[in-house]
Design a binder for this molecule. Structure first.
Ligand SMILES: Cc1ncc(COP(=O)(O)O)c(C=O)c1O
Length: 481
């Protein structure tokens, strides 16, 4: 069978060649046939908190369990507020339960909770009719990119204008879902650079450079992606940065895709998450905005449930209708995930039976993430050969820059690998640690990085950074002469 060449071209580094090799080594370790110095694989490649030992939040799982198996509610083992919430969601399915499709945009009761959550967060009105519940943020992002990009013959008032190369501006470095999805849609990736030396900040001058270079080479730029807090950079944008971006997008008539899945993951003093929605409202901007959120990150870490949403702001009715039509082609997102989304947006309140436990569990997770971010930042800054100018502000990752000897770069070329992919592969072979090469995210020319998550248990961070430092020193030494 001939495979779609775009599928062949698209890459998703977070689960790329290094991870495939890690799985082979894991099998080897299980068979007991390994002579390696390590006995387990440490997966630091993906922001998948439960896979690295984070416990689910009890309240969320109790309501989901009651929705999946309503007879549990008669067993007298669930807190009263859990039963109330489960009944509310089940009533919201019209009595069909979680085994039935829902309406295309998702359960009305959940969309109302999502809208109320955003209103509390931003102090700005949110319309539940402009929210679509999806199978994780990835699904929402894919749908919106599909809505925007095409490489077909373009029409002008019904008259053919010929083929047009369309593109989307994405940050460099970026989360590879974007580059992958743009390639799949036949579009052009238009990078704008975040400046590592300035806490990965973005300037108006850089946005203009990127836009003008792309348009100068014949690309019609249609949209701009911002990831805040950043993956892989961990940077948290200030309100004034966001204002600058919104003004730029409005002037250049670009749709904004605001990826805000890490909005609860801000760890450092003086930094605060501000939503694009709030800034768009404050500036009374007419910029079209799609913003994304997810149950996978934050404090729940419910990646496997596959739940998220998109809110459309300033998007004309006819365009939104097309997004609904596109969404209808996959009927509805998974119903249990929709309920998880409602629970994320509408947690127990003070006075509810589950409040204390919920508060304690989520605070513990937050404090632990914060400690791990601080510790990993300190350690990364102290490793000889690593450069890590700004501590992790948010999200779940560290993205250090590494110095590689010229001979290591030559060796990588011989092996037909990017130098940092070679480095990550060797790191894996020697230590069992799985990281993602910086080249998978995009990086400034002749710089090399890798991304690790901050998610290994706190007790493992010392060992992780010791192994990284030890590997870096010994491995780079062999290429020094
Ligand atoms: C920036 C960013 N956006 C979206 C996603 C995907 O989230 P979801 O699990 O909701 O599809 C991730 C996952 O790591 C991410 O880092």
């Amino acid at each position: 069978m001939e495979v779609n060449p775009r599928v062949k071209k698209a890459e998703y580094a977070v689960r790329g060649r290094v991870v495939a090799r890690a799985q082979e080594i894991e099998e080897e370790l299980k068979r007991g046939s390994s002579t390696r110095k390590f006995d387990k694989i440490i997966y630091c490649n993906i922001g998948n908190p439960h896979a690295l030992g984070q416990k689910p939040v009890t309240f969320i799982r109790q309501v989901l369990a009651a929705c999946v198996c309503p007879s549990l509610m008669d067993a007298g083992i669930l807190p009263t507020d859990v039963v109330v919430r489960a009944k509310e969601y089940l009533a919201g399915t019209g009595g069909s339960g979680v085994g039935a499709y829902t309406e295309t945009a998702g359960l009305a009761v959940v969309r109302r909770q999502v809208a109320e959550f955003m209103e509390r967060r931003d102090g700005v009105k949110a319309d539940a009719k402009r929210i679509i519940l999806t199978n994780g943020a990835s699904d929402a992002i894919r749908r919106v990119i599909q809505l925007i990009l095409h490489d077909d013959v373009s029409m002008d008032g019904g008259v053919e204008r010929g083929h047009e190369r369309q593109g989307i501006m994405i940050p460099c470095p970026q989360y590879p879902l974007y580059s992958c999805q743009i390639v799949l849609s036949g579009g052009s990736i238009v990078y704008y650079e975040s400046d590592e030396a300035r806490e990965w900040g973005v300037t108006r001058a850089e946005l203009e450079r990127s836009f003008l270079e792309a348009t100068g080479s014949g690309v019609v730029v249609k949209a701009l992606v911002v990831i805040n807090p950043g993956n892989p950079t961990g940077a948290v944008l200030s309100e004034s940065d966001i204002e600058e971006i919104v003004r730029f997008a409005e002037e250049r008539k670009l749709v904004i895709l605001a990826d805000e899945v890490y909005q609860e993951n801000v760890y450092v003093e003086g930094k605060k998450f501000e939503s694009f929605k709030k800034v768009v409202a404050k500036l009374q901007s007419k910029a079209l905005l799609f913003s994304f959120h997810s149950t996978s990150k934050g404090l729940l870490g419910e990646c496997g449930i596959r739940a998220g949403y998109v809110e459309a702001v300033n998007v004309p009715d006819d365009v939104f209708k097309e997004l609904i039509k596109l969404s209808a082609s996959q009927l509805s997102s998974n119903t249990l995930g929709q309920i998880a989304c409602g629970l994320m947006c509408s947690p127990p309140r003070q006075g509810d039976t589950s409040f204390d436990l919920y508060h304690r569990e989520t605070q513990d997770i937050f404090e632990s993430l914060k400690r791990r971010a601080a510790k990993l930042s300190r350690k990364m800054q102290s490793i000889h050969g690593f450069s890590f100018p700004s501590p992790i502000q948010g999200a779940m990752y560290a993205f250090p820059s590494i110095k590689l000897p010229a001979k290591a770069v030559e060796e990588a070329e011989k092996r037909k690998m990017a130098p940092d992919e070679f480095y990550c592969m060797e790191l894996l072979e020697n230590t069992g640690i799985v990281c993602v090469p910086g080249s998978g995210f995009g990086q400034r020319k002749d710089t090399y990085h890798f991304r690790t998550t901050i998610l290994p248990p706190e007790s493992d961070i010392d060992n992780l950074t010791y192994l990284l430092a030890d590997f870096h020193t010994n491995w780079t030494q062999q290429f020094q002469h």
